[in-house]
Design a protein around this ligand. Sequence first.
Ligand SMILES: [Zn+2]
Length: 224
Amino acid sequence: MFYYDWTLILIIPGLLLGLWAQFKVKAAYAKYRKVGTQRGVTAEQVAKDLLSRDGNSGVAIEPIAGELTDNYDPRANVLHLSQGVYGNNSIAAIGIAAHECGHAMQDRHSYGPLKLRSPVVNIGSNLYFPIFLAGILFSWRPLMTVGILCFAVTLVFSLVTLPVEFNASKRAVATLAQGNYVSEEELRGVKAVLNAAALTYVAAAISSLLQLIRLLILSRNSRD
Ligand SMILES: [Zn+2]
């Protein structure tokens, strides 16, 4: 059955879209990290301001190693800004910092979809394939079904990530414009960086969806 596994074709669109999205993020980041804003405030200072405007002074802002590793950790209440962002005043750095502040705002205002993002679902993404493969090899349907269900949880996670990410970027753009941290022209650069980042999540969701379709086809064909 694996000799004629035409369903592998289903993996290609997601893979290509993912690579394209990665390329777009790198290109947008490389372009706008070199352009400083007129106001010249650093990303760390902008993050501090945006959080305090939101009445959220309990969040610590700390630097983190690596490139584009920025994140907000709701459990530790820490906003991590990567090396290229933390003390930087570029359009890219300001946009990324504001996006992470968007997640902190979601947390503070109990934005529903954020709560659905839990590390538990990551277990399903690692376990599904060995389980599903064992089900195929032993032609044992219940095992295939368990594998597919594990993967379906991963897909839900992938889909829930979309509104969370789009909403954080929306909050970032709105608060940056309100506080006049960037000019209208600069805001276009912020949007270019954040939209490219959002595209990587869209690519991941589409990949997961196609993979689920593939698993369903494989499990149905294994009956023959
Ligand atoms: Zn995000």
